[in-house]
Structures are given as C-alpha cells and as structure tokens.
Design a binder for this molecule. Structure first.
Ligand SMILES: Cc1cc2nc3c(=O)[nH]c(=O)nc-3n(C[C@H](O)[C@H](O)[C@H](O)COP(=O)(O)OP(=O)(O)OC[C@H]3O[C@@H](n4cnc5c(N)ncnc54)[C@H](O)[C@@H]3O)c2cc1C
Length: 393
C-alpha cells in the first residue's frame, strides 16, 4: 500500500494547485495524486479557446510532477475509509494518507438518450475527439448556449466549420448577461456565420448515414457531422457522500477548506461549496481562478498554514474578438446598471441587489479592473453615480 502524508483525489487544476500550495509550506512531505483521466493535470480553458487559435497542446500542462508528486493516473478512487485513513481505487489499490483532499470537480451533464459519438465537452480527450471531426467545412452542431457552448461555437466557426448552436434561452449566455447584451451576441454570432437557434429545446439526436440528425421540439431539423454538448456540470460529490461526509450538490467546506470540521479531510475547487465572505453566502464556483486560488489555499492549510480563503474569484471568457472579465454574482435575474463607452463593445455592467448594492461586475473589453470592482462589492455600499464611469475610464 502506498502511504502519503497528503493524498489528492482528482487531477484537475485544483489538484495541481493544491500540490503547489502544500509545497509552499511543506517542501518534503510525500504527496500522492490519483486522477481518473489518463493525462496529468492541465489547463482546461484553452480547450475551448487557445487550442483552436494556434496554441500548442504542449502549453496546457501544469507541471505537477515537478512538485515531487507521485501521479496515479487513469484511476478513480471508489471508496474512502475515514477511520483507517485509506482510499481505494477502481483497480483495487489502496493509498494511506494523513490528510486527503477531494478535488473531484464535476462531470458534464449528459443529454438523455444521447447517441454514441455525441461529445459531452469537458476533457482533453473531448477536445481531441472534436478536433478530429471539426475540420474545415464540417457541420458542427453545438447544444447549449452557456459558457462552453458559446465558446465552442465561436472556436469551431473560427476554424472554418459550418456551425449551428441550439439552446432554450432567448440569447447566448442569457442566464448570465442582461437581455440586451445577450441579444446582441445572437446577432454578433450570426454576423460571423453561425446559425443561432435560440428558444429551442433539442428533442432528439439520432445517428444518420452522414453523421447526426438533430430535431428540436419546435419542429426544426438539422444535419451535422459532429454534435457537441455543453450543458453544465454535475459536481462529483458521490465519493464524499458514500464515505458519510456531507454532500449535497457539492461538498460544503469551511473557510479553511475542511469538510465537516475535520482536520484530515479537505475539499476544494469546482466540487466545494465554500463561504464567500464578500457576498455573505455559500457559493460553488466553476472557474479557473477559483480552482487555482482555492486549491492553493486549501493545499497550504492541509500543510498547516491555517489561513482563511477570503478571495472572491473572477472569471473570463472569449467570444470571437470580444472578451471580458467578471467578478462576483452574475445572474441576469438581478437588476443591472451599465456604462458603455461603445454599446456592447466596451463597457461595464453592475449587478445589483434589491437595495442597489453591487453583487457582481461584468467588465466587457475592460481590463485590469477586477480588483477595483471587487472592492466595490466588498464595500457593501449602494452604487453611486460615477462609480461605473470610474471603472471604464
Ligand atoms: C472547456 C472548458 C473551458 C473553460 N474555460 C474557462 C474560462 O474561460 N474561464 C474560467 O474561469 N473557467 C473556465 N473553465 C472552468 C475551469 O476550467 C474549471 O473551473 C476548473 O478546471 C475546475 O477544476 P477542478 O480541478 O476543480 O475540477 P475538474 O476540472 O473537474 O477536475 C477534477 C478531476 O478529478 C477527476 N476525478 C473525479 N472524481 C475522481 C475520483 N473519484 N478519483 C480520481 N479522480 C477523480 C476528474 O476526472 C477530473 O480530472 C472551463 C472549463 C472547461 C471544461
């Protein structure tokens, strides 16, 4: 049995960041990482952006092994014995630990009845499968108009594919963006040659001689060479639940990353529900900055740092030549106030609570203002005239 001071379950960006966090406090303690994917930890964001625009695949590796970490890849931890402090993988191998981190992230939400060959997009293997089929001129049908769907539609269109995107909301990223901006994105994508099918639910995806036939509830029918779905993720909290730990749509942790107040079990990243001090509520965040910063902080705490995680994560996206950074709560159901330098090209949108206090900021082609926006959320004061102008200026 391999025995480790620190055992990391999950080889994503959070698992990698935790190894680096541990090493910043404890240069020598043994670390083992067990990951389901065959690849060592890598950056996921380029899978729907840079790799389609000429970035080399070799640029995505996180270099986890340079931290002196034993990587056990292509293995899934199937049980945890909290009393014995052991974890067992799907090949029957057991790992002992003093402290364990659950960095199990999420798996793509699957489309019911999806035929073989439909790609639920999340991992490097999915990128490679899509890349192979999304050659110039290929008909790509994207299901889902959120982050992943919109980025994939833009990336494959930029690679010369004939792209259709189908989603039930009125506009692209409509759950996140105010309706006018989301509607603008529909037009923008159409202007780039993408067939945007908004307000439509996919009824069935079937294999056809030439590839796939996708039908919608509204009676639409689309032929495609490849179908790729971005329907959000389901947190991988089953391992925690089966070990008797708290888990319900994620694993709740305290500000140190401890699960159920234990000193030997931690969770971080996409799977963790953590107290977001600045927003005064618990949050589960599915973004790179959080994976890196939470993973690192919780790794430090596993090694004894005993420091709170009080970072409000930011995120970003690229859609054709448009791009943004954002911080806090972006929910299109909230009231918003906007300041545009050029409508829908450059500006700031602030998401407000019922009292008019900022909960989140969308910085649309506005760069280097995440810290200033975070301060406005942190201050908890009613948004004043001129503050948005200050951010875009
Ligand atoms: C295509 C794509 C583009 C993205 N773009 C952006 C972006 O532009 N901006 C942004 O902020 N964020 C982006 N994200 C989100 C960001 O990449 C994620 O938030 C981050 O990678 C989550 O890291 P994680 O390690 O917590 O979880 P995951 O990445 O889900 O990693 C968890 C790993 O653990 C493994 N695992 C699960 N259970 C077990 C087990 N029992 N035993 C062993 N291994 C297990 C999984 O297979 C997986 O490899 C993007 C995500 C994707 C998929």
């Amino acid at each position: 049995m391999a025995d480790y001071r620190y055992l990391i379950v999950g080889g994503g960006m959070t698992g990698d960041a935790a190894c680096k966090g541990i090493r910043s406090v404890d240069p020598d303690g043994s670390i083992g990482l067990v990951g389901s994917e065959p690849d060592p930890p890598y950056a996921r964001p380029p899978l729907s952006k840079g790799l389609w625009l000429g970035k080399e695949e070799s640029s995505i590796w996180r270099g986890t092994e340079e931290q002196g970490v034993d990587l056990h890849l292509g293995r899934t931890v199937v049980s945890l014995d909290l009393g014995a402090r052991t974890a067992t993988d799907d090949r029957g191998d057991t790992y002992g630990y003093d402290r364990v981190l659950l960095a199990t992230g999420g798996r793509p939400r699957e489309m019911p009845g999806a035929p073989e060959g439909l790609i639920h997009y999340r991992a490097l293997a999915d990128y490679r499968a899509l890349r192979e089929r999304a050659t110039e001129g290929a008909r790509v049908l994207v299901v889902g108009g959120g982050f992943i769907g919109s980025e994939l539609a833009a990336a494959t269109a930029q690679s010369g594919c004939a792209v259709t995107i189908v989603f039930p909301e009125d506009g692209i990223c409509a759950r996140l963006l105010p309706p006018d901006l989301s509607g603008f994105l529909n037009d923008h994508f159409r202007g780039k040659g993408v067939d945007v099918v908004a307000g439509e639910l996919v009824a069935a995806v079937e294999r056809s001689d030439e590839g796939f036939r996708v039908t919608t509830r509204g009676g639409g029918a689309y032929d495609a060479d490849v179908v790729v779905a971005g329907l959000g993720i389901v947190p991988n909290d089953g391992l925690a639940a089966s070990a008797g730990l708290s888990a319900d749509g994620g694993i709740p942790v305290d500000d140190r990353g401890r699960v159920d107040g234990r000193d030997d079990v931690f969770a971080a990243g996409d799977v963790a529900v953590f107290p977001a001090r600045d927003l005064g509520r618990d949050l589960r965040v599915e973004h790179e900055d959080h994976a890196k910063s939470h993973g690192r902080q919780v790794g430090r705490n596993m090694a004894g740092a005993d420091e709170p995680y009080d970072h409000l994560p930011f995120f970003y996206s690229d859609l054709f030549e448009l791009g943004y950074e954002a911080v806090g709560e972006l929910d299109s159901r909230l009231d918003t106030a906007a300041e545009w330098v050029e409508p829908y090209r450059k500006g700031v949108v602030c998401y407000l609570d019922a009292e008019g206090r900022p909960r989140g900021f969308l910085l649309w082609d506005v760069w280097g203002k995440v810290d200033a926006a975070t301060e406005l959320i942190r201050a908890g004061a009613v948004l004043e005239d001129g503050q948005l102008r200050g951010l875009v200026g």
